[in-house]
Write a protein that binds this ligand. Structure first.
Ligand code: UTP
Length: 297
């Protein structure tokens, strides 16, 4: 079994749930406090041992490439000012030359199609897929255990969590078919079932670890839900040739593709930061009191 050293970051979607913010700014560049979602995702991958970062980008996503490049002017001004803290904040996380690969998805034809666009960059190796709009904390915890599961068993691996039964239509939902000490063995998986049709409430959240053969499944996957090429359909097809294991998320997940998830992540991360916790607590308290006053008048 090959070691998992490469991660694919599909970032070519339109981000329509976050309009108008995402009209000219990629969703993955939206910040939680002061760091863009895509940087959390890259740091998480590095924390889990990933060495090559493959971005599937599209039209209007150049801000993501710029974010991971050197900005000479900014860095020399910060150096001249002796502002090491700010300088480190723009240099510390940067992967080295050659560790980032960019491929293009010409049109957003679905998550499965976006992953397939990375096929030449993957070569013959197993790989992870990371959706940056799912922010997972603590960084690297879930992905590390998924990689271990794949390297130990050879199974394809998804990350799941118990979702609100009313929300099954927002997720890929798995049918549990058994269990090992470390994972649920998946017997089927279906994209966005209605609550009446859902086989369980175990929803797939944005982390995957796949054997290279998933690229072949994707190559022969037709259009599914939403007329898009769905990763879930390729995973369902792969069940006949390779087991699929679901690891339960051992940490916290914030759905930053939605307004409320982003708000929750922002408040939580601010309250966890030593430099912000006091002022953030005051501001949140004042906002809650003002809200109560307004509702009472
Ligand atoms: P989403 O399902 O969140 O779609 O994609 P979206 O277009 O980004 O956002 P909404 O639903 O319109 O608000 C999950 C991930 O897959 C990527 C997105 O960039 C996001 O990171 N994606 C999706 C692609 O790269 N290409 C696609 O064709 C679709």
């Amino acid at each position: 079994m090959t070691k998992v050293r490469t991660a694919v970051f599909p970032v070519a979607g339109l981000g329509t749930r976050f309009l108008p913010a995402t009209k000219a700014t990629p969703k993955e560049m939206l910040p939680v406090v002061d760091k863009p979602l895509i940087q959390y995702a890259v740091e998480e991958a590095a924390d889990a041992g990933i060495e090559t970062f493959v971005f599937v980008t599209g039209r209007g996503k150049t801000a993501i490439e710029d974010h991971f490049d050197m900005n000479y002017e900014l860095e020399s001004v910060l150096k001249e000012r002796g502002d090491d803290r700010k300088l480190n904040s723009v240099t510390d996380f940067r992967p080295n030359s050659g560790e980032i690969v960019y491929v293009r998805q010409v049109r957003p034809e679905g998550l499965g199609h976006a992953v397939w666009c990375a096929r030449h960059a993957i070569g013959d190796d197993s790989f992870a897929v990371i959706l940056a709009d799912d922010l997972l904390l603590p960084s690297g915890l879930a992905l590390r255990s998924m990689i271990e599961e794949h390297e130990r068993t050879g199974a394809n691996v998804v990350l799941v969590q118990d979702v609100d039964p009313a929300d099954t239509g927002k997720y890929g939902i798995v049918t549990p078919g058994g269990a090992t000490d470390t994972a649920t063995v998946v017997s089927d998986i279906v994209e966005k079932p209605s609550p009446e049709d859902a086989p369980s409430t175990l929803g797939v959240i944005g982390r995957y670890v796949f054997h290279r053969s998933m690229m072949d499944e994707l190559a022969s996957t037709g259009r599914g839900t939403g007329d898009e090429i769905q990763l879930t359909d390729a995973m369902a097809a792969s069940l006949s040739s390779r087991p699929l294991h679901a690891v339960t998320n051992p940490g916290r997940r914030y759905d930053c593709g939605t307004k409320l998830g982003m708000l929750e992540a922002t408040v939580t991360v601010a309250l966890e930061r030593d430099d912000l916790v006091d002022d953030a607590t005051t501001v949140i308290r004042q906002a809650l009191e003002a809200g109560t006053d307004r509702r009472q008048t």
